[in-house]
Design a protein around this ligand. Sequence first.
Ligand code: BTN
Length: 274
Amino acid sequence: MQDIMDITFLQNRLGAEHSYGLSYLPIVGSTNEEAVRLAKSGAPAWTVVIADEQTAGRGRYLRRWESPAGLGLWFSVILRPETDFAKINLLNLAAALAIADFLELKIEECGVCREARVNLKWPNDVWINDRKICGLLLESGTENNRLKYLVIGIGMNINQTPADFHQKLGGTAVSLRIATGVEWGREEFLADFLKHFHNKILNAIRTDFREIITKYSAKMLYKNQQVCIKLMDNTVGGILQGINEFGYLLLKTETGEKEITTGDVWEVPNQENP
Ligand code: BTN
């Protein structure tokens, strides 16, 4: 069937020396769910669960993640970083940044002259211009405040056309194909991404995330703009100032500067130019 991924091609492109253990499922509920199950039963770091289609792809805040066959990349990587649980925010930002850097490289490489700017919407989204191309969902297990495992679930819209997106996503989602006008080989793209991701994550851990904050900040959406942040049980508004050394969002509110550890950031339209 045309939609099914060519995993042999992916293996060959990754090469013999790669560190990944690939687990491919043509169709699954959620690769994150499967990766968490594997992590709990002792699967090694760099096990990656890949699906052609997810029937119950999940996003943050229990949202559904559209994951149709043949059009995107839906996969989850198991990490076992020997770090405190507190480093999870920085790992999250390092992963999002690795994705943004890779998308920039690929867009540049394909040589299509389009205005496709890759941005990061704190903490988990990668956008191209004003639309979302990729989301991350991290799930972890801890022991004595240390990370026992971390699953990084990544959903990337690759070859969708506008008509492929569900109506309610139409205005907010984009694929790499829409952004570049080019159809992409998913296996080649994923193999190259996994190599890049491995290097970037190892380097971030080795250097204790020293450069992540500066690099992430440089690509951050809505800096110095009025935003609204949905927290678990309420909403807070203010000017987005950036992130601190722990990866928390800094927000200037009417009652002073706040550190936000997690939430969903939304732009507040300019009153004069809504
Ligand atoms: C979000 O933007 O809210 C996060 C979306 C994460 C989607 C990916 S697709 C692969 C992995 N499996 C899932 O069920 N979710 C993540």
